[in-house]
Each structure stands twice: as C-alpha cells, then as structure tokens.
Design a protein around this ligand. Sequence first.
Ligand code: FES
Length: 265
Amino acid sequence: MQIQRVMKSRANLKGHPIHPLLIPFPIAFFIGTLFFDVLSAIYNNPGFWQTGKYLNIAGIVTALAAAIPGIIDYIYTVPPQSSAKKRGATHGILNTVVVVLYAVAYYLKEDHSTILILAIEAIGSVLLFISGWLGGTLSYRNQIGVDPRYADAGKWKEAYLDETNGIIEVAATDELKTDQMKLLHVAGKRIVLGKTEDGYVAFDDRCSHKGGSLAGGMMICGTVQCPWHGSQFDCKTGAVKAGPAKEKIAVYTVSEKSGIVYLQL
Ligand code: FES
C-alpha cells in the first residue's frame, strides 16, 4: 500500500496555493500593456509604445508561468464532476484566449496598426476581467485550494491508495480526531473517511447537489455539511438531512481491528 499525503492544493508553497500568488503579475502586465499603448496613441510617444511591448512580453511569460500551478490545481484539486470543474475549464479557456490575443497584438505591433492592436488588447482585457471573476468564484465560493482545519485543529489529510477492491487498510485508529476527515483516492473514487463519536464512517466525497467536496466541509455529530451550499448528509446512511441536495450519497463499510481502520470497497 502506497500512502502519499499532500495539502489540498497540490501546487503549493508551505500550504499556500501558488496559482493565486502568480496571477497578479500577468493581470498587471496585460492591463499595463493596454494602458501604455493607449498613452502612446494619444501622445504619439515611442517610449510609451516600447514600454507597452515590454509589458506585453512580461504578461505572456508570467501568464504561462501562472498557468502551470493552475492546471495542476484544476486536475488534482477541483472536485471532478462538479460545477467548479466546468467553471475551472471556462477560466482556463478564457485565459488561453487572452494570451493568444496579446500574442497576436504583439506580433501586429511591427506594423503599427494601432487601432486594431488596441481593439485586440481591449477585448483581451475584458476577457481577463471575466476570467478573473471566475477565478475569484473558484477561490472564495468553491474554496479551491483552501486548507481546512477540523475540530481540535486537526489538519487536512489525504491519501492515494493503490488497491482497487476488497478490504483495505486506510488509517490507524488514532490517526483522526473526532469530527476530522481524510480524503481517500482509491479505485478511481474519492471517498471520505471520517471519525465520529461512534467510530469511523466512510462516504462519497462528491456532494449530490453540484459536486462539492465534502472532505472540505464540516462534520459534527455524525452529520457532514457541504462547504458550497450547505447540504447536510447523515454520515452513516448517506441520507439527506438538509438541502438543496435531494439525493443521498453512497456510504461504505468501515471496520477497526488491532489499531487499524479498514474500508470495504
Ligand atoms: S454542491 Fe451544493 S450543497 Fe453541495
């Protein structure tokens, strides 16, 4: 059995997601490009034009750098089959279009077709704003990259397991504190192992409403609450205790023996 523990965001610096650290650079450089190109058009100043070109290059380079941790978070952190996955895909496509538009604008600068260049950069800036809005929603509402703390300051736990079926070892009995959860990646599924006052439970990580990650939510008194819209589920039966979710979540059999917690797939 191979167990690898990681923070919630796979691309992080001491737990801080890297993507949000990098995105201010391309945003500032791209908007700066448009700003100096407009100044150049107004004052017919070659210095402004040259500054815009430097900022244009800086924007493209830093956007590509910021894309790397963003793609890693999209693949590994954004819950699959969720509204955030669609939002993240739109965010990535818009950012790609922005980079292409600014690359085209840079290429056209050799011909000094100013109005066309400014129009392309203006469209790129509008798309950048929309994409940034979606990125904000991913961070502040969908909580992508958030590193939660559980009761008694229990920290985020996550494990990748090689097994595909049968009864598998998933934790030591004293590994989790009461009301703490651990996200398991096993057999192509995301399963949450939780410790309640009555012992260990296991259930699907995917909220049946819009796919929120229940491991990133709150568990108390045998009830888990989704962090996205507040649906609550019974951890033992998977039944809905509070909407907007209408469908129950799958639950799994868990047993404890000789200090080890086992999950039955
Ligand atoms: S995704 Fe909406 S309540 Fe869970």
